[in-house]
Design a protein around this ligand. Structure first.
Ligand code: NAP
Ligand code: MN
Length: 279
């Protein structure tokens, strides 16, 4: 499409700045317009963290915006274009036919103690709840049933694409992003005769939701993706799969498990085959 409008979000590393300058120049010479207000496509240059910023910058426009990630530094989960592939990317933009793939998002509704109305957040990776000083205590409901009372450092609820981020560090499962589910993971739960939790990650279905009621006196730190909010007293949090989905432009396909293997196992397939032969 010749009338496609692109927005650019990038970090400030020297490498990124030079890639961004080169990309702008290439778009200019192809008459691809770069704007900020109502883009068709958002190009993020940097890391996964940069894409999270881009997502939140355009979170009000998810129904018509698609994202593309170029990575400077290491290969990310949301960033599959390499800096030397700019010509191929610009060529794809020129011949764009709206190719896209979409993934589930997390909807979080928070009732703060000092506010009447609920505040709504949307997460691409996860929303986490922590208490820095001492342990946090809360009741966890699945739908309308009390499930457990948690005491520990914190809790994290993540999306399938967020399952390779913070959630994985907390022992969560890596979930294929075609799965419509959200995952609850614990941070250091206390388990004794008084407090008892499931103590393993929990994955809930599409038509279910999780409700957390922190015990009143707790002032908690809520994080949504890379954003952290100041300590506040929270009455209730409700987590469910969002109505909205995030759309990525898909000009070519990378197999999810290949990405996971590349990021976390990292041994080249040939080397591994060699080792298997040796055994
Ligand atoms: P950061 O501290 O730079 O991020 C931590 C690392 O997580 C970076 O290497 C980042 O990649 C990577 N990352 C982000 N999203 C990911 C995903 N979906 N799958 C795999 N890796 C992912 O902070 P940030 O860049 O603003 O990112 C915020 C995210 O960091 C949070 O949403 C959370 O998932 C993650 N985080 C992880 C931990 C932990 O594992 N202990 C603690 C806090 C936050 P890039 O280098 O490409 O940006
Ligand atoms: Mn980062």
């Amino acid at each position: 499409r010749s009338d496609m409008k692109i927005a650019l979000v990038h970090n400030q590393t020297p490498e990124t700045l030079s890639v961004a300058a080169k990309f702008k120049e290439m778009c200019l010479s192809e008459k691809i317009e770069i704007i900020t207000d109502h883009p068709d496509l958002v190009v993020s240059i940097g890391g996964d963290g940069t894409l999270l910023s881009a997502f939140h910058k355009y979170e009000e426009q998810l129904n018509h915006v698609r994202f593309v990630g170029i990575h400077t530094g290491h290969l990310g989960f949301y960033t599959d274009w390499r800096t030397y592939e700019l010509p191929e990317l610009v060529e794809s933009l020129k011949h764009d036919k709206g190719e896209s793939v979409s993934y589930p998002l997390l909807d979080v509704r928070v009732k703060y103690a000092d506010e009447e109305e609920e505040t709504r957040y949307i997460a691409l990776n996860e929303a986490s709840l922590k208490k820095m000083d001492g342990t946090m205590v809360c009741d966890i409901y699945v739908k309308d049933e009390l499930f457990e009372t948690f005491r520990g450092d914190g809790l994290c609820v993540s999306t399938p694409t967020g399952s390779t981020g913070f959630s994985k560090s907390l022992g969560g499962a890596v979930i294929h992003p075609r799965t419509e589910a959200i995952q609850l993971t614990e941070m250091a739960s206390v388990n004794n005769r008084i407090y008892r939790t499931l103590s393993s990650p929990m994955i809930i279905a599409k038509d279910e939701w999780i409700v957390i009621y922190p015990h009143k006196e707790d002032r908690l730190i809520l994080s949504v993706d890379h954003l952290t909010f100041k300590k506040r007293s929270i009455e209730r949090l409700v987590y469910r799969i969002a109505q909205e989905r995030v759309h990525f432009a898909r000009y070519r396909h990378t197999h999810f498990w290949d990405r996971v293997e590349d990021a976390f196992i990292g041994v080249k397939k040939n080397d591994r085959n060699e080792r298997t032969k040796e055994r």
